[in-house]
Design a protein around this ligand. Structure first.
Ligand SMILES: C[S@@+](CC[C@H](N)C(=O)[O-])C[C@H]1O[C@@H](n2cnc3c(N)ncnc32)[C@H](O)[C@@H]1O
Length: 236
């Protein structure tokens, strides 16, 4: 069952706090390490902005923030998440290779981004938009803080359409994944929420329409790995 809108923020924050110590491990086990490839592809979309500040929204344990700083030595990242435990777990395990100094973790809400207008050349949101209680409000805020000409990248789960892949994926997502995740994290409900929220999330064309409504131009969607995830691109 999915929580209703009012309860969603509290539910999501508490669930991520509960799984934060195991989040990175589960991510790579449950995705067969494909999550790294997906984050790499997403980050590459910002290669025309190697300098200046990028916002990593719903940054969690900072995996995408790290990839953003790895791909460009002159880039700084403001990493915002409303779950302090997720940010702390990320900071604790961050390698001491100099990239940490270019990442600024900030505890804040993606629907009321604590940043001035026209501040960032790029925004990345990996597996975060699905968790927002109000998608339109979040997109409007992303548009506000992006510089004119800047780029928004959303990486999010989608539902594969291939008739051979679809039943296997659904079986894995609904039956196998919550069980493994339950044992490893001690919180099966969090991963049942993952399956339910993927099933309930917008179709790519619907999210694209919302991005355009929010003001983003040149918006398109690029499915990866049979459409298990999709990268959405938009320009302010
Ligand atoms: C699935 S995790 C993704 C973390 C990271 N981006 C990654 O690639 O693994 C989703 C994150 O979104 C955060 N989140 C959900 N709603 C949020 C909101 N309204 N404002 C800020 N962060 C939010 C959660 O706390 C969680 O850390």
């Amino acid at each position: 069952m999915l929580p209703d809108i009012e309860e969603k923020k509290t539910f999501v924050r508490e669930k991520f706090a509960a799984i934060s110590p195991r989040y990175d491990l589960l991510n790579s086990v449950l995705s067969f390490q494909m999550d790294r490839y997906w984050r790499w592809v997403t980050t590459r979309e910002l290669r025309s902005f190697p300098d200046g500040a990028v916002l990593d929204l719903c940054a969690g344990t900072l995996p995408l923030s790290l990839e953003l700083t790895r791909q460009a030595a002159g880039r700084r990242v403001v990493a915002i998440d409303f779950c302090e435990d997720m940010l702390r777990a990320g900071v604790k395990t961050m390698s001491r290779d100099g990239r940490a100094g270019r990442i600024q973790p900030v505890c804040g809400d993606g629907e009321e981004i604590p940043a001035a207008a026209d501040r960032f050349w790029g925004i990345t949101v990996a597996f975060g938009v699905r968790n927002l209680a109000n998608t339109r409000k979040g997109l409007a805020e992303m548009w506000r803080v992006l510089k004119p000409g800047g780029k928004l990248l959303i990486l999010e789960f989608s539902r594969p359409r291939n008739p051979l892949v679809k039943p296997v994926y659904n079986f894995y997502l609904n039956r196998i994944l919550p069980r493994i995740a339950g044992v490893v994290s001690g919180d099966r409900e969090a991963y049942q929420y993952l399956a339910d929220s993927i099933a309930a999330f917008y179709e790519p064309r619907e999210l694209l329409a919302m991005m355009r409504e929010a003001g983003f131009a040149k918006a398109y969607a690029r499915p990866l790995t049979f459409g298990i995830v999709t990268v959405y691109v938009g320009v302010k």
